[in-house]
Design a protein around this ligand. Structure first.
Ligand SMILES: Cc1cc2nc3c(=O)[nH]c(=O)nc-3n(C[C@H](O)[C@H](O)[C@H](O)COP(=O)(O)OP(=O)(O)OC[C@H]3O[C@@H](n4cnc5c(N)ncnc54)[C@H](O)[C@@H]3O)c2cc1C
Length: 300
């Protein structure tokens, strides 16, 4: 029986395992190898690691974790979480089971991109969604925003002071006149016709609509995200409107002994997850501290 089973080894799970390992709590860290930033070449907005390849960040974390005898890592997918506090059972994809007193769900979310031929292939290298992560790399360049008006307006506000020009391209159907005027009033050019496809070219992204333009990169202002794993549903956890698990300050979910950290969870006071490597890691540390407090309380 492990003190804690951490499902997911992105920044949230890696940091949780580090904190638990440093406090000599037997910890099993499970990783199926599906990372939200799996296609990203360089991560940004992370002090001390700005511009680091995410794969390098994860490898460094694994090296650090290897120094802690209480942390065991398995490259495998969990398929189920059942049981109660002090007696959770995590089913693994090979049919075996492991037991833990506490569980941290750190399995992240998966992005569901809008349907535009070619877009998936560019995701993380030439197509992005977060100006904080990838805006500065487009300083002084022409970019496009693909997607719907309210979110596109927000992106124009954030990116407008960084890039040289912004063209907003609708998906599916053309913009209503009001939306079009609102976007132009914010200083963007607006394509009159929806996107047909995008493709990688030498100097960026070729966007095909009724006409054709090449930009340095695109930001996606549409689409959705979903829980990558089924565990929140399996455990019947309280969820928020954003589709994320509701947690408190220490990553506690609505079910005793089940903690959550990273993009898949946030506090009800936030409109959605503040998706970043740094904040996911911070959430992982808080959840680990929450577990240590809860184990201590049970042991005294
Ligand atoms: C295109 C793009 C660019 C980004 N750029 C940046 C950036 O520059 N800077 C920044 O700070 N943030 C960036 N982000 C956001 C950042 O990637 C996330 O906020 C961060 O990865 C969230 O960490 P996490 O640990 O919650 O989830 P993830 O990193 O997604 O990790 C989830 C973990 O759970 C594991 N897992 C899932 N299901 C199972 C299962 N059933 N069994 C076992 N393991 C499982 C996965 O293998 C993985 O280890 C970017 C995101 C995207 C999409």
């Amino acid at each position: 029986m492990y003190d804690a089973i951490v499902i997911g080894a992105g920044p949230a799970g890696l940091q949780a395992a580090l904190t638990l390992g440093r406090m000599h709590r037997s910890t099993l860290l499970l990783d199926s190898g599906e990372y939200r930033n799996g296609t990203v070449l360089h991560m940004h907005n992370m002090v001390g690691a700005d511009g680091t390849p995410p794969a390098e960040f994860r490898a460094t974390a694994r090296t650090e974790l290897a120094a802690y005898d209480d942390v065991e890592i398995r490259e495998t997918a969990a398929t189920s979480v059942t049981g109660v506090e002090d007696a959770f059972v995590v089913g693994l994809v090979d049919g075996s089971e492991v037991e833990g007193r506490r569980v941290i769900l750190a399995t992240g979310v998966a992005d569901e991109l809008p349907t535009a031929p070619g877009l998936q292939d560019l995701w993380g290298t030439l197509a992005f969604s977060c100006p904080f992560c990838d805006g500065h790399e487009h300083a002084g360049k022409d970019i496009a925003i693909i997607g719907a008006a309210p979110r596109a307006e927000h992106l124009i506000g954030l990116l407008g002071r960084i890039v040289a020009s912004i063209t907003v391209v609708p998906i599916g159907e053309k913009f209503a006149d009001d939306d079009l005027r609102a976007l132009e009033a914010k200083g963007a050019q607006v394509s009159r016709t929806p996107i047909a496809s995008v493709e990688r070219v030498d100097d960026g992204v070729r966007i095909l609509t009724d006409d054709e333009r090449v930009v340095a990169g695109v930001f996606v202002a549409a689409g959705a995200m979903r829980q990558r794993s089924p565990f929140a549903a399996q455990l019947g956890l309280d969820m928020l409107e954003s589709g994320c698990i509701e947690i408190d300050e220490f990553g506690r979910t609505s079910r005793p002994g089940v903690f959550a950290a990273g993009d898949l969870a946030h506090r009800a006071t936030l409109p959605g997850p503040m998706a970043s490597v740094l904040l996911a890691a911070a959430a992982g540390q808080l959840a680990a501290v929450g577990i240590i407090q809860s184990l201590l309380a049970a042991e005294n």
